[in-house]
Each structure stands twice: as C-alpha cells, then as structure tokens.
Design a protein around this ligand. Structure first.
Ligand code: PH2
Ligand code: MG
Ligand code: MG
Length: 173
C-alpha cells in the first residue's frame, strides 16, 4: 500500500510530549480537562504529567498570567493525527483564535515526537519556539529523563534561560 509517512497504518508506539497553557477562565479546569480528553483518545496514553506552574505572559504581555504544564504520552498515531487531536480538544474547550499569542482558554502544543525532526507547512518538530521558553522547558524537564535523546538539549537551553523567576509552582488557590 502507498504510504506517504502520514498514514498511521503501521505506526508503533512513540513517546511524545505536549506543552499546555491556559490564561482565561478556570485555568486549572481547562488543563485537567485536556489531560482527561487526551487520555480518552484512541491510540493515546498519558503516562506522566508535570506539576502546574503559574507563569508571567511572554510575548504579548498585556494579558493575565498563565498556568502551564506538560504531559508525556505514548502514542500509536502519527504526528499529524496527534496534532489534529490536540486542535480538536482546544476547540472542544472553547478556544478561539483572535490574537496570535493572545489570551486563550487552552493551548496544546506538540513539542516532541520520538526523535522526529519535521519541517512541514502544518507541523514543525521539535516545536520551533520551545527552546527559548521557560514556561515550556521547566515543566518538560520534569518528564524527560537522562536516557532520553532530548535530555541534553533541554538542559543546555534551560541553563541559558533568563526569567525563570517568572515561573512558580502553582497549587489550588
Ligand atoms: N503561550 C504563548 C505566548 N505566551 N506565555 C506564557 N507564560 N505561557 C504560555 O503558554 C504562553 C505565553 C503562545 O502560545
Ligand atoms: Mg503555545
Ligand atoms: Mg499553540
């Protein structure tokens, strides 16, 4: 059968990491609900979740603080199907796209998928902006162990980051 690499016809299990953020409404509800919906998705297992962090907005700063976290998945779907599932969950939970980098109920970013490096119109892996973002790397570093192919890069970039002080462990108010 013709396989363009996007079909999940013969996809085996891969580790994948998703960064999550919310800064509108009941932020913790959106994050928890997203984890549940991911876990309920076929071909997707949630194997570990980081702590939740409260983080100062980066980029467009005239908006409220975010809650950010990351999850480690084992998936048997291809990267594009996983991305589509993330976009569907964002939409199910009320995400609208008004302003790039603006306030959002829920943002789910596919960060890493196995060792894959992909540059396509709809998907770039690793996520192109993750290396400069403490709100991504701090939770991600909880999940990526020493044997992981991305461990060194994550820790190198974390070491260079300024502004990690805008990132605080969050507990229920
Ligand atoms: N997401 C953005 C832009 N800025 N800042 C924080 N602290 N957390 C985010 O998740 C975030 C952001 C675009 O996706
Ligand atoms: Mg994002
Ligand atoms: Mg996004």
């Amino acid at each position: 059968m013709f396989n363009d690499g996007r079909s999940d016809a013969a996809v085996s299990a891969h580790a994948a990491y998703v960064g999550m953020g919310s800064n509108v409404g009941d932020r913790a509800y959106y994050l928890n609900e997203a984890v549940k919906r991911l876990a309920d998705s076929s071909g997707i297992q949630v194997v570990q979740a980081s702590a939740i962090y409260e983080t100062a907005p980066v980029g467009y700063t005239e908006q409220g603080p975010f809650l950010n976290m990351a999850v480690r998945l084992v998936v048997e779907v291809d990267p594009w199907s996983l991305l589509q599932r993330l976009l569907d969950i964002e939409r199910e939970l009320g995400r609208t796209r008004d302003l790039r980098w603006g306030p959002r109920t829920l943002d789910l970013d596919l960060l890493l998928y196995g060792e894959r490096e992909i540059q396509s119109e709809d998907l770039e892996l690793p996520h192109p902006r993750m290396w400069e973002r403490g709100f991504v790397l701090v939770p991600l570093s909880e999940l990526v162990g020493q044997g992981d192919p991305w461990f060194e890069s994550i820790h190198q970039h974390l070491g260079k980051l300024e502004g990690k002080d805008g990132i605080k462990r969050w507990t229920i108010e």
